[in-house]
Design a protein around this ligand. Structure first.
Ligand code: G4P
Ligand code: NA
Ligand code: NA
Length: 167
């Protein structure tokens, strides 16, 4: 998507360790027009796939996921990384290891919100090592839902996530 590529070149900053800082429009401050255009792009790309629900992981996946859900007129569910007071049992969970932060988070989704008749579109901001997407694949598996596609805003194709997820 040209608009996104231009924006990365204009506002993105490459930090040591191959980290791309894009917190002026994606990871901290959010550009709603750009997010909406990305939502349109994802919705168009997956328009034949009978998507029933968008899933992502909090927090940075939520903005592009919501815009995609708006365009496709389907609900958006974000996996939580922290235990919520009102989210206690009936959960699908998966452990997600972050190579960047060297920590493991247990992500979870309430089992009422993903079902066997769902065709899921996974949306996330970055694909680096693929651990977050893999966690969502495990949750989809537990729910016996179908994953119809994965849409990533910025794929770091030189890291191993893309290959892992394509497999
Ligand atoms: P993975 O999800 O693909 O396995 O990636 P990894 O463990 O390497 O990354 C951990 C976190 O760092 C993820 O966000 C991921 O989106 C983010 N990340 C990876 N590479 C980059 C990068 O080049 N630039 C930026 N800005 N982020 C990157 P997270 O911890 O889930 O955070 P958030 O969603 O709450 O923002
Ligand atoms: Na993320
Ligand atoms: Na992030």
């Amino acid at each position: 998507m040209k608009e996104l590529e231009d924006r990365i070149r204009q506002d993105g900053q490459v930090l040591p360790g191959n980290v791309l800082k894009v917190n002026s429009f994606l990871n901290h401050q959010i550009d709603p027009n750009l997010m909406m255009n990305m939502g349109k792009e994802f919705a168009d790309h997956f328009k034949e796939d009978h998507i029933t629900k968008i899933v992502t992981v909090e927090s940075s996946g939520i903005a592009p996921a919501v815009m995609t859900g708006f365009q496709m007129q389907v609900p958006v569910v974000f996996a939580r990384k922290h235990k919520s007071l009102t989210l206690v049992d009936h959960l699908y969970t998966a452990d997600v290891y972050s190579y960047t932060k060297q920590t493991t988070n247990t992500i979870s989704i309430d089992d009422r919100f993903v079902n066997a008749d769902d065709r899921l579109l996974i949306i996330d901001d970055f694909l680096a090592n693929g651990q977050a997407v893999e966690g969502l694949l495990k949750i989809a598996d537990q729910a016996q839902a179908t994953v119809a596609g994965v849409g990533i805003v910025i794929e770091k194709s030189f890291q191993k996530g893309a290959e892992l997820i394509q497999e």
